[in-house]
Write a protein that binds this ligand. Structure first.
Ligand code: NAD
Length: 793
């Protein structure tokens, strides 16, 4: 008789398919195909349509309408019409609807899981255990935000009509991530699902109708990229929320530049999976299964670059090969399958081409010894060894079940390799040494870091990217902010036409011409610097009288200033207490020179009450000094036996373009929050009143602000702005100027997808602490990193 061990080893899995009769019947009832859901009505598809294919069987399982500009317009109109009433409901009333959606999804969990699997090709194990439960969790969580909105976000309002565009890899989950916070905040939405996976959105529309959600609150327009472009570009859309590829994210940023639309982008990734030599290797191998083979690797935050410490690498790869051999690939409706089909034949071809490229570039591809089904788009899982960090497969998102691998020797090298990417969505760190793991987590440039875990999601945990992985967060408090706006922000007069072009003269230092009252230099890397081009411009004050000269910076000066700021990023690593001390010192030094600043302001003729402006500047400096160690993160309630931290991290170097109004107050109101949060700044002072900048750098020099943390330039605003906006080492840019200038900055920001905030040429009252100061500035000056830390054995 065979021993039990032998039986266990030779046992075969029998087929265990999940029934799909209910879903088939549901589809059959809609023989004519699936149309849009607009204004609470299901619109019959008549016109161009798209075939919906089950990628695991190659069968066409339905047809879906391909929306055009007219359909999008009808949906936006319906959303606009529904907005006043929906946003006017109390949070309590809105919460009832969100709870009802959550409950209905829970009731139909099995149906949704099967439908998602048939539409996308992902396994039923994943749709049943991950996608759909998380969808319900998202609606419950956000029902809660609706309930407590008024007390948690005082002074905030919904943005309006939101255009939301989602990808195909987590169709219903991405819908939930978009729709739930938007509705909780009081917005109405027009959502466009991916054309490859439109089905669960149709079923979701039915849930909206079933629970009696008011007509027009949720509108769904089906279609392809053209339909998406119509949604993003519609003039009556107030906010665009996009999840998809970085390429399309750039197109959208450029398309809506200057429109004043709020924008959040959740884009691609090439996330590192770092295995230290003291990691529990078996656990880390299981981690790889969840990191890159989960969902066929079609995961934006997939751990697609495995980085292993040299000493354990051979053992780790051996274990990985052994584990890979146990994976089962096949019918995704079969409950015993680990790997299903990729989303389409086209996607399979794209993956295959990249894998060939990897081999051509010299890497070795290891694949799971699985039987590939004859029908369908199946891609055996695998991993590369010998892939150099510069190889195409190490840099390009494969979006399939194959990771690259590299080895490292020291933790520093691990961090360097982890950050060797233009993306920054997520990272996973494996080590039994918690000190080391957290140290690496803090140094990796990514929006989400999992320690000894991977691909964990929760509605309370903000999710989103650094760098070219986009900006904005989904989930938790930070996610809610994306769908809210400060009540007063849209009001305000338009700034008058820009000041006349500067009167350019050769730069002459004060020592050379003592009769010149003020001749301001630039301030770069902690030193006063003559402008590179050797020119200055005449500054006119009260009554049009020439009051001095200011350096005329050029592109080279901007580049020098950005370089100096880049060298000072250690400022982000000092303690918040330390930064607060420096800011207090700066405030005190400003206070000592009160009279001097007031006199300089009086000379400009721009400040009706110079003493008041100086006083307010002082208060603001003390306020940001106080906030420097208080605007901090939180521990969020996600899964049990997890501490999930949200940490506010600096962005890097921030370009600041100052307005002409209240030149001292506005300049300091912009610079102080930026440096309080640990960023470095390159600020272009008011073009019309630049001389106060010279006095400010004298204060910086005496206040222990490290060299390079604040760099001050004077000159032609829009010329300097352009260089700043195009510079890849500038992480964010804040611009106060004209409406046209705002549009130009947004357009020019797409290179490295820097975070942009502009005032769209609308004046704000810098004296009003609600408008000129506040946590909104600190929020904008930082990015949330979410760190997941499991505990227990
Ligand atoms: P994609 O960018 O091609 O398409 C995403 C969506 O945008 C689809 O609905 C598509 O129809 C639409 N679209 C295409 N062109 C458009 C245009 N010009 N204007 C407006 N909409 C347009 O991406 P995809 O192939 O569907 O999805 C894969 C990508 O999504 C990957 O890069 C992945 O990393 C990313 N992704 C990111 C996240 C995240 O949260 N960061 C989550 C999931 C997927």
């Amino acid at each position: 008789m065979p021993a039990i061990k032998e039986i266990m080893q030779t046992m075969e899995y029998g087929p265990a398919p999940e029934g799909n009769a209910e879903v088939k019947a549901w589809i059959a009832q809609r023989k004519g195909g699936f149309g849009h859901f607009i204004g609470g009505r299901f619109i019959d598809p008549d016109g161009p349509a798209i075939d919906v294919v089950n990628p695991a069987t190659d069968e066409v399982i339905g047809r879906v309408a391909k929306g055009d500009a007219g359909d999008v317009d009808a949906a936006v109109k319906a959303a606009r019409a529904a907005f006043p009433k929906w946003s006017g409901l109390s949070g309590y009333d809105r919460a009832r609807y969100l709870y009802a959606i959550a409950r209905h999804i829970q009731k139909r969990e099995r149906f949704f899981s099967v439908l998602e699997t048939m539409d996308n090709g992902k396994t039923i194990r994943e749709t049943r255990d991950i996608d759909i439960p998380l969808v319900a969790r998202h609606f419950y969580h956000h029902a809660g935000w609706a309930e407590i909105l008024e007390s948690e976000f005082p002074d905030h309002k919904p943005v309006g009509v939101c255009g939301q565009i989602i990808p195909w890899n987590f169709p219903l989950l991405m819908l939930a991530w978009k729709v739930a916070p938007a509705l909780a905040a009081g917005n109405t939405v027009v959502l466009k699902p991916a054309d490859l996976t439109p089905m669960t959105a149709c079923a979701f529309a039915e849930v909206c109708a079933e629970i009696g959600l008011p007509a027009g609150v949720v509108n769904i327009v089906q279609g392809d990229g053209g339909t998406g472009a119509a949604v993003a570009g519609h003039p009556d859309v107030d906010k665009v929320a996009f999840t998809g590829s970085t390429g399309v994210g750039r197109i959208i940023r450029e398309q809506i530049a200057g429109s004043g639309k709020k924008l959040s982008l959740e884009l691609g990734g090439k996330s590192p999976f770092v295995v230290m030599e003291d990691a529990d290797l078996d656990a880390a191998v299981e981690g790889v299964v969840d990191a890159i083979w989960f969902n066929q690797g079609e995961v934006c935050c997939a751990g697609s670059r495995i980085i292993v410490q040299e000493g354990v690498a051979p053992r780790f790869f051996e274990k990985l090969n052994a584990r890979m051999a146990t994976l089962r690939m096949g019918d995704p409706l079969d409950k015993t399958m680990d790997v299903g089909a990729v989303v389409s034949r086209k996607q399979l071809e794209r993956i295959d081409n990249l894998l060939k490229q990897g081999e051509l570039e010299g890497a070795t591809l290891h694949r799971a010894p699985v039987d590939v089904p004859k029908r369908g788009a199946f891609c055996p899982p695998g991993f590369f060894t010998g892939s150099a960090p510069s190889n195409t497969v190490s840099q390009t998102e494969i979006f399939g079940p194959v990771a690259t691998t590299t080895t490292f020797r020291t933790p520093d090298e691990a961090v360097q390799l982890a950050n060797d990417t233009r993306y920054g969505l997520a990272a996973s760190v494996w080590s039994e040494n918690i000190n080391r793991a957290i140290d690496i987590a803090s140094r990796v440039k990514a929006g989400v870091v999992w320690i000894n875990a991977t691909n964990m999601f929760d509605a309370a945990a903000p999710f989103g990217g650094y760098r070219e992985s986009g900006y904005g967060r989904e989930g938790g408090r930070a996610g809610m902010q994306e769908y809210l706006t400060l009540g007063w922000e849209k009001a305000g007069k338009v700034r008058p036409a820009p000041a006349a072009a500067p009167l350019v003269v050769p730069f002459v230092g004060k020592a050379e011409r003592p009769e010149i009252d003020v001749s301001a230099k630039l301030y770069i890397g902690g030193k006063q610097a003559r402008p590179d081009g050797g020119h200055s411009y005449t500054v006119f004050g009260k009554g049009g009288v020439a009051v001095g000269q200011a350096g005329l910076a050029n592109r080279k000066d901007v580049r020098n200033a950005v370089e100096a700021a880049g060298k000072a990023t250690g400022w982000g690593g000092v303690t918040a207490h330390n930064r607060a001390q420096v800011l207090y010192f700066l405030a005190e030094n400003l206070a000592q020179r009160r009279a001097e600043f007031a006199a300089a302001l009086a000379l400009t003729g721009s400040s009706p009450k110079p003493d008041d402006e100086v006083e307010l500047t002082l208060r603001r400096a003390f306020w940001y000094a106080a906030q420097a160690d208080k605007f901090d993160g939180a521990v969020t309630a996600t899964k049990s036996r997890h501490v999930t931290l949200t940490v506010n991290e600096p962005l890097g170097t921030v370009g600041i373009v100052c307005p002409d109004e209240a030149p001292l107050l506005s300049m300091t109101s912009l610079i102080l929050p930026v440096i309080a949060m640990g960023n470095t700044a390159v600020a272009v002072a008011s073009q019309a009143h630049p001389l106060v900048a010279a006095r400010l750098y004298q204060v910086l020099e005496t206040s222990d602000v490290p060299a390079g943390v604040v760099n001050l330039l004077t000159g032609e605003r829009d010329v300097l702005t352009r260089t700043l906006a195009e510079h890849d080492d500038v992480a964010a840019i804040w611009y106060c100027g004209s409406a046209e200038g705002s549009a130009a900055v947004e357009k020019a920001s797409i290179g490295n997808l820097k975070q942009v905030w502009t005032d769209r040429g609308v004046l704000r009252d810098w004296r009003d602490p609600r408008q000129g100061q506040g946590t909104e500035y600190l929020r904008r000056a930082s990015q949330v990193k979410t760190i997941w830390l499991p505990y227990g054995d």
